[in-house]
Design a protein. Structure first.
Length: 161
């Protein structure tokens, strides 16, 4: 079974899309650190159209044990990203789900394999969990998720859309 850790960004994007089930279908189990859990719960309270996150029993909260490493990463990352990266290292994760550039760069520097929202959407289409990516990317863009024109076209090309 894959060990998958997630930062706040990917889960919040799938909550915005109303497609959180995609993560469950692809990964069966996702671990998040306490800081990510708190960030997502705050988001759920702030945006009443997002369904409660607390009912996702396939998401497990697990805090990293190396708090010194978390503190060192806080120089460049927010707490959720820092805890997610340290947890991914400690659990020898197969993937860290993260979208933010600084988080992605730090994870790569630490040797962690990363997957972002668009990569997950491509995998979901490949696995026939979703039929189209373009409408979901358009929703993400409406919600403030930045996708450059070239990347947008590249994802559609990879998805055969």
């Amino acid at each position: 079974m894959l060990v998958v850790i997630s930062d706040t960004s990917v889960i919040s994007n799938f909550l915005h899309l109303g497609q959180l089930h995609i993560l469950q279908k692809l990964y069966r189990q996702v671990y998040i650190p306490q800081a990510v859990y708190e960030e997502i719960n705050q988001l759920s309270q702030d945006l009443d159209y997002i369904p409660p996150f607390q009912h996702a029993d396939w998401v497990s909260v697990k805090s990293p044990s190396d708090s010194d490493q978390v503190v060192r990463l806080l120089d460049v990352l927010d707490r959720g990203e820092a805890e997610a990266i340290v947890l991914a290292l400690e659990m020898e994760a197969d993937f860290l789900l993260v979208d933010e550039l600084l988080g992605r760069q730090e994870a790569r520097k630490q040797g962690i394999s990363i997957v972002g929202t668009l990569g997950i959407l491509l995998k979901a289409k490949e696995e026939k969990i979703i039929e189209e990516i373009m409408p979901l990317m358009d929703i993400l863009i409406e919600k403030g998720f930045w996708i450059g024109k070239e990347l947008y076209e590249q994802v559609l090309d990879l998805a055969n859309e």
